[in-house]
Design a protein around this ligand. Structure first.
Ligand code: NAD
Length: 298
């Protein structure tokens, strides 16, 4: 690894250590343990791996981890009733419903049924509105992780051009809100954008969240750009199944000043931020003095 490579694994591990310290203090002061509930519907292999990892890391920082596994054919009504029970359970401070949900279930309805204060994924319309209004809110974990990496590199992005490829509610849009909050000039590119290469060439900061393996080529990237690669794509290369991002890592590394690898970049930050959100909302729900990101990074 060179200094050019942003080591998300190491940074996320430092964050989890800090969460553990805050969690110990909170438990001592309140006599209560933060609880994070994960609801998993069906047998999606990627979701199962992700949930297993989340549960492991949740326990490591000293939170209670509660898992609800539901069959693929569970009715929407039944799922909503599970969410409702968790909303009203004082032992649970955070609720995460693993996406994607089966097609017969209205995901938006499920996400909006989670109490905003327990919405540790930050997808509830109330949290989304607060984020865009610059108000205190629970922020979606992946973009929050990307913003922490960027803050580590530069606390103020004033005057910088940031280009995000992808406009999903999970990554692209909240990332734009966070970058605006950091004073960057933000452009969102998406599947209908023309001249995407040219746009990318103007980027001091590039966040790629598309889902197309190695879409961004080396000659698209401005010299000294900071590249945050959110993409996780499974491909076959030389007879092996490997993970690659949305950025051609080898090519883009030559031009960029800093770049996140896949795996080991944004991925581990996402889980660390889920635990951060659970910690923040637990302080609030236990009636303690609220803590912020700046307290964690002091
Ligand atoms: P999504 O499918 O919801 O959104 C993809 C976006 O890319 C869309 O807005 C679409 O307009 C845009 N797009 C598609 N084709 C394009 C093209 N040719 N040119 C420009 N834009 C194009 O995906 P998502 O949930 O935002 O995830 C994006 C990627 O990030 C995926 O690879 C996903 O696996 C990964 N991801 C990683 C993490 C993590 O923790 N690292 C978390 C979430 C998502």
């Amino acid at each position: 690894m060179t200094e050019k490579i942003i080591d998300g694994k190491e940074i996320s591990s430092e964050i989890r250590e800090k969460i553990k310290k805050f969690s110990d203090v909170l438990k001592k002061e309140s006599g209560r343990t933060p609880g994070l509930a994960v609801v998993l519907v069906g047998e999606n292999p990627a979701s199962k791996v992700y949930v297993k990892n989340k549960i492991e890391k949740t326990k490591e920082v000293g939170f209670n981890s509660i898992e609800h596994k539901l069959d693929e054919d569970v009715s929407e009504e039944e799922l909503l009733s599970v969410v409702d029970k968790l909303n009203n359970d004082d032992e649970i401070q955070g609720i995460l419903v693993q996406l994607p949900l089966p097609k017969h279930i209205n995901s938006d309805l499920v996400l909006d049924t989670i109490k905003p204060i327990k919405d540790v994924d930050g997808f509830h319309a109330e949290n989304v509105g607060k984020l865009w209004s610059g108000l205190d809110s629970l922020v979606p974990c992946t973009p929050l992780g990307c913003s922490i990496l960027l803050k580590k590199l530069s606390s103020d992005l004033s005057g910088k051009n940031a280009v995000i490829i992808g406009r999903s509610n999970i990554v692209g849009k909240p990332m734009a809100a966070l970058l605006l909050g950091m004073n960057a000039t933000v452009t969102i590119a998406h599947s209908r954008t023309k001249n995407i290469e040219e746009l990318v060439r103007s980027a001091d900061i590039l966040v790629a969240a598309v889902g197309i393996p190695e879409m961004v080529k080396g000659n698209w990237v401005k010299k000294e750009a900071i590249i945050i690669d959110v993409g996780i794509n499974r491909i076959e290369r030389e007879g092996k199944r490997i993970l690659v991002g949305d950025v051609d890592f080898e090519e883009c590394m030559k031009n960029s000043s800093k770049i996140t690898p896949v795996p080991g970049g944004v991925g581990p930050m996402t889980i660390a931020c889920l635990l951060l959100n659970t910690l923040f909302t637990s302080y609030k729900q236990f009636g303690k003095q609220e803590i912020k990101l700046s307290d964690i990074f002091e």
